[in-house]
Ligand binder design. Structure first.
Ligand code: KIV
Length: 260
């Protein structure tokens, strides 16, 4: 039986066995990630895009996050359950950051993730006894600042990525997501940084990988270069629902065995 994953355990996996991370947003996705023995399940604010239909993560609220963390908590037993801090929940003040991180822990998160180099907010959350995961490179909450979904830390900017990864490690994060950065930049940051890096569109040299649930099971209409579609879930579900429609129209469903 797999041992319950904790933030210190994920931290200790640096440089060893690759760390498998997936997002989940509800009971079914969380149960599937748990059954697949993911090491870490993230209730990502990507739920704004893939579950709520927004065109960015910016509209996601603390209420949205609390609602989805509660559902995921009911299925995740072994993986470490991390909750994203949504846009606006940690930037105004360290007190806001701690209050909102505490609220996510109250509904079952075991750690929180926040984007960028908010060192004093991170240190304040850590002082409250809450493990923190960092997130560098393309940080979706800054999509307007970047001017779109663009690869970050190219060329000389790789040095800045490494410096920021070191600063987050020194602040005490237990791991760092690196999103949409060139393989070589991610490799250098991974080598320089004492905590595990978790890549998404950051190449194979990171200590682990994270993917958005809907991307790998084929439930999104977009096919991203950084994501591999392991199953065409949309097509499978579409066929199943189409067959249900045909059966109802033709009087083939329900059958005797579905009736009481
Ligand atoms: O919100 C999210 O799902 C994320 C992952 C893509 C890392 O931040």
């Amino acid at each position: 039986m797999t041992k319950k994953r904790t933030a210190p355990m994920i931290r200790a996996m640096k440089g060893g066995e690759k760390i498998v991370c997936i997002t989940a947003y509800d009971l079914a996705s969380a149960r599937l990630c748990e059954e697949a023995s993911a090491d870490l399940v993230l209730v990502g604010d990507s739920l704004g895009n893939v579950v709520l239909g927004h065109d960015s993560t910016l509209p996601v609220t603390m209420d949205d996050m609390l609602h989805h963390v509660r559902a995921v908590r009911r299925a995740v037993k072994t993986a470490l359950l991390v909750a994203d801090m949504p846009f606006g929940s940690y930037e105004p003040s360290d007190a806001d950051a701690v209050r909102n991180a505490v609220a996510l822990m109250k509904v079952g998160a075991e750690a929180v993730k926040l984007e960028g180099l908010h060192l004093s907010a991170i240190e304040a959350i850590l002082r409250a006894g809450i493990p923190v995961m960092g997130h560098l490179g393309f940080t979706p909450q800054h999509v307007h600042e970047f001017g779109g979904h663009k690869v970050q830390a190219k060329g000389d900017a790789a040095d800045t990525l490494t410096a920021h990864a070191k600063a987050l490690s020194e602040a005490g994060v237990f791991s760092i997501v690196l999103e949409l950065v060139p393989r070589e930049s991610a490799r250098r940051a991974t080598e320089a940084c004492p905590v595990p890096t978790i890549g998404i569109g950051a190449g194979p040299d990171c200590d682990g990988q994270i993917q958005v649930f809907h991307d790998i099971v084929g439930l999104t209409d977009k096919q991203y270069r950084h994501a591999k579609r392991y199953v065409d879930g949309y097509q499978l579900f579409r066929e199943g629902i189409g067959q249900y429609r045909e059966d109802v129209k033709a009087g083939r469903f329900p059958e005797e065995r579905h009736s009481f």
